[in-house]
Design a protein around this ligand. Structure first.
Ligand SMILES: [Zn+2]
Length: 432
């Protein structure tokens, strides 16, 4: 990035802080832990599934968090099934035509889209310019990991069979790669005991034999989530980052694979009673497990850490039409925010996906840019929140675009890894 454009942003931020300091005595200095933020991204989480579970007394960590938060529905946009595009919109606050992450794969060769596709600065670039740090692990379209102020572990850790030699560019800094790979859990490592969290515990051995494909799918999703959970767990030690972005991809993949056993009356499935008895509860039980994970992630940080829990879209499950892709997804995701800026236990009707980035920035004490279409969430604000949000909205920085990523490391194009990714995307119904 040219030095001059970076310095324009920095001077805009300095003017902003000067104005902010003059405006009110409410504001704390930016580098205090009060301006730190934890984000827990639960891919495809949907109140339609979660609320009945909460009503049954399940998901205790989410239930407690909800009482401490302002919460409601998050309206996403089409194409609903394209998680990479939606997460990149969450992280940049701009539309796909601006940030450039448009799909899972590119062109007729179906090469997986890599990190070079990001054209707009993400929140970690903006924070970096303000000398604030980020820990980002396993986010879509982050291979090869590029330099940020903090650490970035790409989404390619689960791929590639050669453990001894990590792919180039797997992590930033590079020195993290061996550590990340050493924590990798593979599908073959998943034990009967772990599978018994999701399928009837007395039948695991026979289910392994009778349903190898389903077991392979369940095991590989769990292995990916366990890998990234372990990496996050280590990186959270010492609470060194201003933004800690935890992302759980599994709930979406599990919904793709197993929702048809959960709502067998929809869609055209010929499941036997045994199929249904075996896999009928996988989706809900994966959310039970995700709730435990959520509880653990929250426990890594002080109880008053500002925290957002969000999905990128909801999940509807199979349709009577048998349509896949967008049809199975819902435009209503979930959003919860716990912060002194928002009232506890207060619900709102909805916010838009593009409101998430301005809201994250505001929570961290930074103004959004004028070229971000979304608004800082205005529902459920406390008095302190109203003061902060008004000031941030009044003093938007013109643009953060000059902070757009410079070309990072070239990474490696490994044909076997590319095919592994395509195979997974095919099995999820995302590509043909
Ligand atoms: Zn998704």
């Amino acid at each position: 990035m040219p030095i001059s454009s970076k310095s324009i942003i920095l001077s805009a931020l300095i003017i902003f802080f000067a104005l902010a300091a003059g405006c009110s005595k409410e504001e704390l200095p930016l580098d205090t832990s009060a301006n730190k933020l934890l984000v827990i991204g639960l891919d495809s989480a949907d109140w339609r599934l979660l609320q009945p579970m909460l009503d049954e007394g399940r998901l205790p960590h989410l239930a407690k968090f909800k009482e401490e938060s302002t919460y409601g529905r998050m309206r996403t946009f089409y194409p609903l099934e394209k998680s990479p595009l939606l997460w990149a919109s969450i992280c940049t606050g701009v539309e796909p035509s601006v940030h450039g992450v448009a799909n899972f794969v590119k062109g007729s060769s179906q090469k997986p889209v890599q990190g070079s596709a990001w054209f707009a600065p993400a929140i970690w670039d903006i924070l970096g310019a303000a000398n604030r740090s980020t820990c980002l692990v396993g986010m879509w379209t982050t291979y090869p990991a590029r330099p940020i102020n903090g650490v970035m572990v790409s989404d390619y850790v689960p791929y590639g069979s050669n453990r001894d030699k990590p792919l180039a560019g797997l992590c930033y800094p590079d020195s993290l790669a061996e550590f990340a790979v050493s924590l990798r859990v593979d599908a073959e490592d998943i034990t009967d005991e772990q599978l018994a969290m999701f399928i009837p515990s007395d039948k695991v051995a026979s289910v392994r034999e009778k349903y190898p494909q389903q077991i392979d799918r369940l095991s590989s999703v769990l292995a990916g989530d366990l890998t990234y959970l372990a990496i996050n767990r280590e990186l959270a030690k010492g609470d060194s980052y201003d933004l800690f972005f935890f992302y759980l991809r599994g709930p979406d993949m599990i919904s793709h694979y197993f929702y048809n056993y959960y709502t067998p009356e929809k869609g055209n499935y010929r499941h036997t009673d045994e199929d249904l008895a075996t896999f009928g509860e996988v989706v809900e039980k994966y959310y039970d497990w995700s709730d435990k994970v959520t509880g653990e992630v929250l426990s890594w940080f002080p109880a008053d850490r500002q925290t957002i829990i969000t999905s990128d879209h909801g999940f509807y499950g199979p349709r009577d039409t048998g349509d896949k892709g967008s049809a199975e997804h819902s435009e209503w995701g979930v959003f919860l925010v716990r912060s002194p800026l928002y009232e506890a236990g207060k619900s709102f009707d909805y916010l838009e996906l593009l409101d998430i980035c301005p809201t994250m920035l505001a929570l961290m004490g930074l103004p959004p840019a004028a070229d971000m279409p979304g608004n800082i969430m205005s529902s459920g604000l406390t008095n302190q929140g109203k003061i902060r949000v008004n000031r941030m909205e009044e003093h938007r920085v013109e643009t953060y675009m000059p902070l757009r990523p410079a070309d990072g490391p070239a990474g490696e194009r490994d044909a076997k890894v590319d095919e592994e990714i395509r195979k997974q995307l095919r099995s999820l119904g995302y590509i043909n």
